[in-house]
Design a protein around this ligand. Structure first.
Ligand SMILES: *Cc1c(COP(=O)(O)O)cnc(C)c1O
Length: 423
């Protein structure tokens, strides 16, 4: 669970047990049950402070990417820290408004916004709506006209760069659906400048996720700055330069993304062009702040293969199956030694695993395990597949913890479904 500035002191071993801040994970499991997501409020605060400090010298603002973890309790903490919110749906907009974010704290993005979502963004008076196609720009203009208002827009540019990350988390080249082609963007700014009900205020990109090197960002910044220069020359009053998120965390011992390598080129652009830089971290802020707790139900062998079957899997935590993501898995209570095992879930899918061929101390039935770096893209991607109620979520602060989302019940599973005699 260690390995990050926030993580090391937060999730730590004491008396042969894993603790989160001042609480042994076993106590949470005893009281709340498993599976259960556990987030450290202190870790989120520390991560945010570290992130902000890296960009302290820059005219910039942080917009937390809500899709990484949308729990209201965490959103509240992040708002109190001073961040804005980057949302990609009317549902996320609803959540951030419930958590106290003002319109001026919100950037609204997403590749496929419906009319009702554009309307919601306008009535929330969000700071910027990121537009991803000519059709969307025209539709937004119509929606704003109908509401007798003017929409502040940025055009999300696809800069055509290919970061070294999983294919499913690349979003900045032309074999992905995102944004407007770099070579078409200037024309779109011309179009926007001529439309009465949109006001181009920014330029935006997001090139992917779990990116560990500066090179693709530098290239994207370089290409966007070039475009911004041309657009500014046409008299369009750009104010914001949004480089998105995607800052990666260490896996398998490689280093965490070095924020300083981003601060430097952004600083140059910001001072040359007089633009405020927007940053949209998701994973970087919250992934190391969370673990997923689970219980080993069975241990078994198939030939020479050892399996630990747990009470959580791809229904609760999709990342290992979907992105082939590596997450550390540790016993949460006093086990030593080493064996090699597949740690799998209860779902009827071969792709349902938490980790394969892992070196791990031998586990027994009833043992508690913690899956690390689960604070981002964990609960938010969970489902009720196989009709499994979704996990509880807990926030720890100091030596206290509280349930911030109760475990779903069987009744929750059928809420909204109607039998014929009820219609
Ligand atoms: C997902 C996303 C982010 C955050 O990505 P992370 O990898 O979690 O930092 C930021 N901006 C946009 C537009 C996104 O879609």
């Amino acid at each position: 669970m260690s390995g990050s500035s926030g993580g090391r002191s937060i999730f730590h071993e004491r008396d042969g047990e894993l603790w989160c801040e001042g609480v042994p994970l076993s106590r949470i499991a005893d009281e709340v049950g498993t599976p259960c997501y556990v987030y450290s409020e202190t870790a989120v605060r520390q991560r945010y402070e570290t992130f902000s400090a890296a960009f302290a010298g820059l005219d910039s603002r942080v917009f937390y990417s809500v899709k990484a973890n949308h729990n209201l309790a965490l959103l509240r903490v992040i708002r109190e820290l001073g961040a804005g919110a980057d949302v990609v749906s009317v549902g996320e907009l609803y959540r951030v408004q419930l958590s106290g974010f003002q319109g001026s704290d919100i950037v609204f993005g997403g590749v496929g916004k419906r009319v009702d979502e554009l309307e919601a963004a306008l009535s929330a008076e969000v700071l910027i709506i990121n537009v991803e196609s000519e059709g969307e720009l025209r539709r937004l203009n119509d929606v704003a006209a109908a509401g007798s208002t003017r929409a502040p827009v940025a055009i999300r540019v696809n800069p055509g760069v290919e970061p070294d990350t999983h294919a499913y988390t690349q979003t900045g080249h032309y074999r992905t659906k995102f944004g407007v082609a770099l070579e078409d963007a200037a024309d779109l700014y011309d179009l926007a400048a001529g439309l009465e009900h949109v006001e181009p205020v920014g330029i935006d990109a997001h090139i992917g996720s779990q990116i560990l090197t500066a090179a693709p960002y530098r290239e994207a910044i370089f290409r966007l700055a070039d475009l911004a220069r041309r657009v500014l020359k046409t008299g369009v009053g750009l104010r914001y330069f949004d480089i998105g998120g995607g800052y990666g965390l260490e896996q398998h011992g490689d280093a965490e993304f070095d924020l300083a390598t981003l601060a430097e080129p952004l600083g140059e652009v910001s001072s040359e062009l007089g633009l405020t830089c927007l940053l949209e971290p998701g994973r970087w802020l919250v992934a190391p702040a969370g673990v997923l707790l689970a219980t080993v139900l069975y241990t078994k062998r198939l030939g020479d293969r050892l399996y630990y079957v747990t009470d959580t899997g791809s229904n609760d935590f999709l990342r290992p199956s979907y992105y082939d993501a590596y997450h550390p898995i540790e016993p949460a209570r006093g086990r030593s030694g080493s064996t090699v095992a597949d740690i799998v879930g209860p779902i009827c899918e071969t792709g349902d695993f938490l980790g394969r061929e892992r070196s791990i101390p031998p586990l027994r039935e009833g043992d508690l395990i913690a899956v690390g770096y689960a604070g981002a893209y964990g609960f938010v991607m969970s489902s009720n597949y196989n009709s499994r109620p979704r996990a509880a979520e807990v926030v720890v602060r100091g030596d206290a913890f509280r349930v911030v989302r109760r475990r779903e019940t069987l009744e929750d599973l059928v809420t909204g479904e109607l039998l014929r005699d009820e219609q």
